[in-house]
Ligand binder design. Structure first.
Ligand code: SAH
Length: 344
């Protein structure tokens, strides 16, 4: 019989487990606190449990604990890129970015990805598997332990499509934001999606206060399909409807991510089309100069083109920022660390 992954269990589930072992529910709360507040990685550390209970737990359960394979530190801004090994040897990556407003961690939601976006390194070898809730949480826990600094913001923008792993993602969100764990504010959590329409709506129905970031990358269906195969399944119009639905259910304004790809979606006509598409929406556009990926032949837009694009949107009354590049000296685009490792 395979062991229960106790770190993916919610508090009521841990309490239930302990009751099924003949213990009182408060033991469950104690253990949950060890795992999610004190960030214990073994039952041995749980000094207020009896030796007998620790042994019984170790027989029934395993505690997910990622292994840090490498850490790269930026000399420019202190950004730290982590390569973690999962229990089965798969590799994932996470990034810590230090901002004025706090420490932000970017985590992966899957090992690999099956969405196939043309400019993205994470999808080149397809999807290996979903991450469990514990594997998502542990990226944050490991980084907090490594730096000794509190993580205040989390973005699910690493490898993988979070809404393609909905149930584990939802468990992760609950455990990360509730008062029994790190208690990160829902408002400090961003989930980024390429536009899995039914699950955008499902998330909206949960009525959480988190930010939904939608990877738009093109102002027309035709252009979008060229960059993102998922657009063939979920057309632009449906994505926009789902985004408006998210806002209507949560009152949270949508962030649209738009990777500027030299000569493909970065012209004045594209900016005008994008302004038209977003007209009247309470939203924010984040322009990302595309990160060149060795296996693809995309190039970054010229600085002047980027600034013109931004100005055009602003003239149309749209909130827009150009994403600051963090840790430029330590590796290429997201997903490249993991890929380079696999090649070695
Ligand atoms: N699957 C989710 C989240 C992971 S990707 C999504 O699609 O939103 C996080 C963001 O990085 C997405 O907007 C994605 O399109 C973008 N991205 C991927 N590769 C990139 C690259 N080479 N340059 C710039 N942005 C990239």
């Amino acid at each position: 019989m395979s062991k229960t992954e106790i770190k993916s269990l919610t508090l009521p589930e841990v309490e239930q487990l302990l009751v099924s072992m003949g213990e009182k529910p408060f033991r469950g709360r104690q253990i949950y606190g060890w795992l999610h507040r004190r960030l214990a990685v073994s039952f041995e550390e749980m000094t207020d449990l009896s030796g007998k209970l620790k042994k019984a737990l170790a027989e029934r359960c395993e505690i997910t604990a990622l292994k840090t394979e490498t850490v790269q530190v930026s000399k420019i801004d202190g950004t730290r890129k982590y390569l973690f090994a999962l229990g089965d040897g798969n590799m994932i990556e996470s990034v810590l970015m230090r901002y004025q407003h706090g420490n932000s961690v970017c985590i992966s939601s899957q090992a690999g990805c099956r969405m196939g976006c043309k400019f993205c390194a994470s999808t080149l070898d397809g999807l290996v598997r979903n991450l469990t809730a514990a594997e998502m949480l542990d990226q944050i826990y490991c980084i907090q332990k490594d730096t000794g600094e509190r993580v205040s913001h989390v973005v699910v923008m690493g490898t993988g499509e979070p809404l393609d792993n909905f149930d584990n993602l939802f468990t992760f969100i609950s455990m990360l934001t509730d008062e029994h764990g790190l208690h990160i504010s829902q408002r400090n959590l961003t989930i980024s999606t390429c536009g899995i329409v039914p699950n955008m709506r499902k998330l909206a129905d949960k009525q959480l206060q988190l930010t939904l970031a939608v990877s738009l990358h093109a102002p027309t269906q035709e252009q979008r399909e060229g960059l993102m195969p998922v657009a063939g399944k979920y057309p632009l119009e449906q994505v926009m409807d789902a985004a408006r639905y998210y806002f209507s259910k949560t009152g949270r304004r949508i962030t649209y991510e738009y990777a500027l790809v030299g000569g493909q979606n970065d012209g004045p006509k594209d900016a005008a089309a994008l302004a038209g598409l977003l007209k009247g929406q309470n939203c924010h556009v984040n322009l990302i100069p595309v990160n060149p990926v060795r296996e693809r032949d995309y190039v970054q837009s010229e600085r002047e083109t980027i600034v013109n694009f931004k100005n055009k949107l602003e003239k149309c009354g749209i909130n827009v920022t150009i994403r600051r590049e963090m840790g430029r000296d330590i590796d290429g685009a997201c997903g490249q660390l993991r890929k380079r490792y696999a090649e070695r």
